[in-house]
Design a protein around this ligand. Structure first.
Ligand code: FES
Length: 360
């Protein structure tokens, strides 16, 4: 059994999601999303904190208890039609839910539980380390997905026992035994502080996954990639895998950082520029670099720079973006405002304790 993310309870209700061919016995004090994920259901989701709307579902029948005010996230029409956010809803009766996505659009890589040990810890910037883990049994995942990691005996916070990290290495075509993650030090975050200050090679870890619906969709449109901070990880995996698979669509990859010392993986991105079949352009953009430094690249906020460079041509792209919510919210406004269809905008927002909305 997967390690429970919340305290144990006795009361359970039947949750039916006919579109996913799913029937769950769901405990009343675990969110529908967490329980579905623990049971290996590839339920669409992203932020898990009630702000992205990816996990929305129409409550056809039944009652839920909601942890946060969904009115900030759902539209007036969705509220009228009785939509709920499954990452914020716990069952209070038997439920029937309708998810607004086509079943064929849902990723069905099986979720598995694994253990392994740290084989390397490499400092990438002042506040990001690369964590390399050798897993006891190989895993299969799609480039862009993430998993949950926990360390027996290490406290994460008062509610969760694990943390979500995107695979930073491409999976290739066979199950893999060595995986890498980029872990940013979150001020006040117990798990990331432990990882940055105490974790050692040889330390045992446990985890389960893969999760998430951030992966490269087939298509002909050029790719616009936008990332910031450790948002590099899923995009790096996604683009490296696409390159290995012979993807030939043109790519523009805008990466936002504060200063030169916050840039990383530039060498890997230059390697992609050289190996990519089409045209691949990696464009770092610095928002806090001193005016008098030797930096001769782009300056300013990454989303604004996208607008400056591409203008109306943004509409021609399919968009993949990862990073902190404020950056992605701003980028999302720009790309949707330019006419990119919402179905062609794929975002993986990285939430930490500084980004969760107040409990209602
Ligand atoms: S709102 Fe539920 S996963 Fe984002």
């Amino acid at each position: 059994m997967f390690r429970r993310l919340f305290k144990k309870t006795e009361a359970t209700y039947k949750v039916s999601i006919p579109k996913l061919s799913v029937e769950l016995d769901a405990p009343c004090d675990v969110t529908i999303l967490e329980h579905a994920l623990m049971k290996g259901v590839a339920f669409p989701h992203s932020c898990r904190v009630g702000t992205c709307g990816t996990c929305k579902a129409r409550l056809v029948s039944g009652k839920v208890y909601e942890l946060t005010d969904k009115a900030y996230t759902l539209s007036a029409d969705e509220l009228r039609e009785n939509y709920v956010l499954c990452c914020q809803s716990m069952p209070r009766s038997d439920l029937v839910l309708e998810v607004p996505v086509a079943p064929e659009a849902i990723q069905r890589t099986p979720v598995v539980e694994r253990a392994g040990e740290i084989t390397a810890l490499r400092k990438l910037t002042n506040d990001i380390v690369e964590l390399e883990v050798k897993i006891d049994e190989p895993v299969t995942y799609r480039a862009g997905q993430y998993c949950e990691i926990y360390v027996p005996g290490v406290i994460v916070d008062e509610v969760h026992e694990s943390r979500s990290y995107s695979f930073a290495s491409p999976p290739g075509n066979d199950p893999v035994s060595v995986v890498r993650f980029h872990v940013r030090l979150v001020p006040g975050g117990a798990f990331t502080t432990w990882l940055h200050t105490e974790a050692k090679v040889g330390q045992r870890l446990e985890g389960h996954g893969p999760y998430g619906d951030f992966w490269l969709r087939p298509g002909k449109a050029p790719i616009l990639a936008i990332a910031g901070g450790s948002g590099m990880a899923p995009l790096k995996a996604l683009l490296e895998q696409a390159c290995a698979d012979g993807e030939a669509r043109d790519v523009k990859y805008f990466f936002g950082a504060r200063r030169q010392e916050d840039l990383y993986c530039a060498q890997e991105m230059r390697a992609l520029e050289a190996a990519w079949l089409g045209k691949f352009e990696f464009i770092p953009v610095l928002s806090g670099e001193p005016e008098d430094s030797d930096w001769d690249g782009a300056r300013g906020f990454v989303s604004e720079h996208v607008r400056t460079v591409l203008g109306d041509r943004v509409a021609d792209y399919h968009v993949y973006m990862c990073g902190p919510p404020p950056m992605l919210d701003s980028a999302e406004k720009i790309v949707l405002g330019a006419g990119v269809l919402p179905a062609n905008v794929h975002a993986d927002k990285f939430y930490d304790r500084s980004h969760t909305q107040p409990r209602g």
